[in-house]
Design a protein around this ligand. Sequence first.
Ligand SMILES: Nc1ncnc2c1ncn2[C@@H]1O[C@H](COP(=O)(O)OP(=O)(O)OP(=O)(O)O)[C@@H](O)[C@H]1O
Ligand SMILES: [Mg+2]
Length: 255
Amino acid sequence: MQASNQSPLSQDRVRDTSPEQSTASPLIRANGVGYTVEVAGKPLTILRGVDFSLKPAEVVAIVGPSGSGKTSLLMLLAGLERASAGRIEIGETDITGLNEDAMAVFRRQTLGIVFQSFHLIPSLSALDNVGLALEIARPDLSLAEVRKEAAEALDAVGLGKRLDHHPSALSGGEQQRVGLARALVTKPRLLLADEPTGNLDQKTGAIVVELMFNLARQNGTAIVMITHDPHLAERTDRTFTMEQGQLTETTGQKH
Ligand SMILES: Nc1ncnc2c1ncn2[C@@H]1O[C@H](COP(=O)(O)OP(=O)(O)OP(=O)(O)O)[C@@H](O)[C@H]1O
Ligand SMILES: [Mg+2]
C-alpha cells in the first residue's frame, strides 16, 4: 500500500475541504435510524439511533466488530431492508418513503453495490453481466452502446481480455473485478461496498481497492465501505465505528 499522503485519496481530501465542497448539500442524510427484527417471536434491536451524513464524492469507511450491525446499515442504505425507525434521504429522495418498485428503480439509477460475494450471473459472460446492469439502469442506450460501455468498464478493471469468460472461468479476484465494473458502469452517485476485498489475497485486494477509488474519483462517486482493514480505513476521508448498533465517527483514532 502507498503512504496515504501519496494516494489518490489525499487529493480527494484537498478537494473536499474547498468551500464549494463543504457547502454542498449532503448526498446521504440518515437520522435516528433504527432497525429491529423479530427472532423467534421476540424483537431484536440491531441498529439504534444511527445518525450519518455523507457529502457528494466523499469516501468513508465503517469499521467495527462482527455482529455490530455494519451490513445491516448498508442494507438499509441500499433499500434492501427497511428501517424500523428514523429517516434516510439520498440526494433529494426520502428512501424510507419509497415502495418496493420505486426503490428498485432508484437503486438501479443511483447506487452501485459491491458485496463480499460477487453474485454474478453464472450463465452470462463477463461482458453480459456488466452490460445487463447498464441496460437495466439506462434503457435509453442502444445495445451497441451498452456493449461498448460494458467493455470499457471491464477494460478499466484490467479484464479487457476476459470479456467472453463466464464467472466459472474467472479467478476469484477477476470475479470481484467484474463485480466492481458492474457496480461502476452506471456511474452511480453512491457506491456501497461490504468488505469488497474480504475474499482476496492482499495484493489482489490492494489492486481492487485502487481501481475502486480511481474509478469512483473519475466519476465523482461517493463510497461507503465496510472494512476490517485499518490501513484501508485510514486512506478514506472519514472513518466511522459501529458498536452494538450505534455508529460514531472515529476519524484519526486507532482501531
Ligand atoms: N434478518 C435478521 N434477522 C435476525 N437477526 C439478524 C438479521 N440480520 C442481522 N441479524 C443480526 O444482527 C446483528 C448484526 O448483523 P450484521 O450482519 O449487520 O453485522 P456486521 O457488523 O456486518 O458483522 P460482520 O462483521 O460479521 O459482517 C447480528 O447479530 C446478526 O445475527
Ligand atoms: Mg457484515
